[in-house]
Every structure is written in C-alpha cells, then in structure tokens.
Ligand binder design. Structure first.
Ligand code: KG4
Ligand code: ZN
Length: 338
C-alpha cells in the first residue's frame, strides 16, 4: 500500500498532500495573497513566497496525515506546466526529500493531475469516479482543454483554446469591471443575484472542438467603455447583471464544445476539472446538460478544483503503480504537452 507525499507549486498556491493507497489523508494549501495588489500573479514574488511556505506546508501535510517522513514510499511533484521559478521550488524540494530518504521521485503533469482529481475516491460516496473512457473539460487560469482519457495515464487533448483560457476570460473581464485578482470567484459571487439575460455578449463560431475567448473579452471592453460614457456609475449600478451575463456566455461557450465532443466520440462519462470548475454557474449548467443528454457527470469537490496537491498525489499514485520514476536530473518545464 504505497504512501505518497506530493508537492504542487506551479503558480500561486504552495500545496502538499499525503495519499495512502489512493486515499487522500491530507491536503494543505497556502494561497499567496501578495499578488492581489498587482492585479495578477508576479512570477518573482511567487517563487519567493513558495520558498517561505514550502517547509511549513509539507510539515502540516505530514502532521495532518499522521505520517512520518520515513513512512513515505515516493515523492511526487508538479514538473510542468507553470511558472518556471515557482516549479523549481517544488521540484528541488521533492528531489532533496527523495535523495535524503532514498525513495523514488515521481514527476507529474499539472493538467493531467487536474483531470485525475475526478478519480479521487470520496469517502461515503459510491460510484463517485468516472469509468474509462471518459471526457474531461479542464478549465483553469492558463488552460482550456477537452481531454479524452482512455486510462489513468493515457490521455489525449482533443480540443483547446486558440487564445485566452476560460479562467483568463473570467479574470480579464473582472479587471475591466474594476474587480481585484483573481476575479473569477468574484464574478461568480455577483452573478448569483444577477439577470443573465440582461446583456447579450457574442458567441464565437469555432470549427472542431477548440475554444476562443478573445472576441468576448474585446466585446466586454467596448461595451463597458460605451456604457460608462453614458453613465459613469454604470458598472457599480449593474454589477450583478453584468457578471451574470458574462458568466452565462463563458459557460455556454464551454458547454457547447463539450456537447459537440460527447456527440462526436459517443462517450457519456463526462467530467469537469480545474479552477473554473469551482464556478457555480458552470457546475449547475453542466449537471443540467448531463441530465438532458443522459451523461454520467462528475465534478471534483471544491478543494480539488483549484490548484492543490491531492491531484498531484493521486496522479503520483498511479505513476507509482506503473513504476514510472525519475532520476535526480529531471528538470521542470514551463510548457509541456502530454
Ligand atoms: O486551476 P487553477 O486554480 O490554477 C491554474 O492552474 O490556472 O485555476 C485558477 C483560475 C483563475 O482564473 C480563477 O479566477 C478561476 O480559476 N476560478 C474561478 C472560480 N474559482 C476559481 N472562475 C470562476 N468562478 C469561480 N468560482
Ligand atoms: Zn491548475
């Protein structure tokens, strides 16, 4: 029964988790607040904050799991993609632990891990994980992908964004509205009391299974600029309706392509994953579409949607079973396909 310690440090969360035979025993996340005042993640500051947080975060994960370092069978870390300075902190920390404890080192692709967050067993819930083959719509701050999964470690991207990611569409829209970073959760919050039919934003016509959000961003920018000329308090007075209308359009773009992918592949076990899968409008519309289409739908619990190390641990667990290990020369990579 392997026990894995996993580290995630690709962007602005320093996270560590322990999993025992595929069951998550602890999942500790330290979110870096420093970026809020800059309106986005500052890479240099992210690396420094990881350095400060990594020892206490790993220590908490071990303590919460009630596991001692010498009981760990392998060390997993996020190898790609992400901010290179941020990735280096987690990678070098995991390598040091692997060397000191003389236990295998496992590298994990962050986007593959987001997908496998759906394969984490939730205690007390029967049939809580999808059956292969399944489709996953992975929506995060840097990526928007439809992934066809044939097995835990056998996945293929069959659609992806041609420009902005869905999370960027949320965050950039929020910035236009004067909201702080990250704006996605704030748009979600305001949208709950808004009328999604009040403003109509354009839906791109994209062939195949890819996505595009740059046209939507430009449309929102011009719309807000023009309305503010007529009424300088336009955004403050209509925040809920604007947010609901933006959210509804982002969700409809995502689900339109996901339905196309399900129809084309004939696959009916469908998941969502990544930070944007925490969005309440997407979760609701996805479940509704699932009922209409006869899909079996899967959404990870909130703590496994945004960046976390539990998803790195579960991916590390399946790589451990497949005996896929790295030597100490492995280096992180800012960009990498899988
Ligand atoms: O997966 P994630 O934590 O980090 C990356 O790998 O990028 O995703 C972060 C993204 C951000 O763009 C954030 O605004 C968005 O997920 N996000 C949300 C919500 N919670 C996080 N977007 C919309 N609604 C939410 N509730
Ligand atoms: Zn992520």
């Amino acid at each position: 029964m392997p026990q894995i310690l996993a580290i995630e440090s690709s962007c602005d969360e320093t996270a560590a988790a322990v999993c025992w035979d595929g069951i998550i025993l602890s999942n500790i996340i330290a979110t870096q607040k420093i970026h809020e005042e800059y309106g986005g993640v500052v890479p240099e500051l992210a690396s420094r904050a990881h350095l400060q947080a990594i020892v206490p975060v790993v220590d908490s994960a071990l303590k919460k799991a009630n596991v001692h370092l010498d009981q760990i069978d392998a060390f997993a870390f996020t190898q790609a993609p992400g901010l290179i300075g941020a990735l280096l902190v987690g990678a070098e920390f995991a390598k040091s632990l692997s060397l000191a404890c003389n236990k295998p080192l496992i590298s994990v692709h962050h986007m593959q891990a987001h997908v496998l967050a759906n394969c984490i067993q939730t205690t007390g819930k029967e049939n809580s994980t999808p059956t292969f083959p399944f489709l996953c719509l992975t929506v995060s701050g840097g990526h928007t992908q439809i992934v066809l999964c044939e097995d835990y470690l056998k996945m293929r991207v069959i659609g992806e964004t041609l420009d902005d990611a869905a999370g960027e569409a949320f965050d950039k829209s929020a910035k236009i509205l004067g909201l702080p970073y990250p704006g996605g959760p704030l748009i979600d919050k305001y949208a709950k009391c808004g009328n999604a039919n009040r403003y109509k934003f354009p839906e791109p016509k994209i062939d195949g299974l890819d996505f595009s959000f740059s046209g939507l961003k430009t449309a929102i920018l011009y719309f807000v600029r023009d309305e503010k000329i007529k009424n300088e308090n336009f955004v403050e007075e209509n925040m809920a309706d604007i947010c609901a209308s933006i959210q509804s359009r982002i969700v409809s773009i995502l689900l339109h392509q996901l339905k196309k992918a399900a129809d084309e592949t004939g696959i009916s076990d469908i998941c969502i994953a990544g930070g944007v899968s925490a969005n309440s409008g997407l979760r609701y519309a996805f479940e509704k579409m699932g009922l209409e289409q006869g899909w079996k739908t899967f959404i990870p619990p909130f703590e496994y949607c945004t960046d976390n190390a539990a998803m790195i641990a579960i991916t590390g667990y399946y790589k451990y079973l497949a005996v896929i290990f790295e030597d100490l020369t492995v280096v992180p990579s800012a960009r990498a396909v899988f």
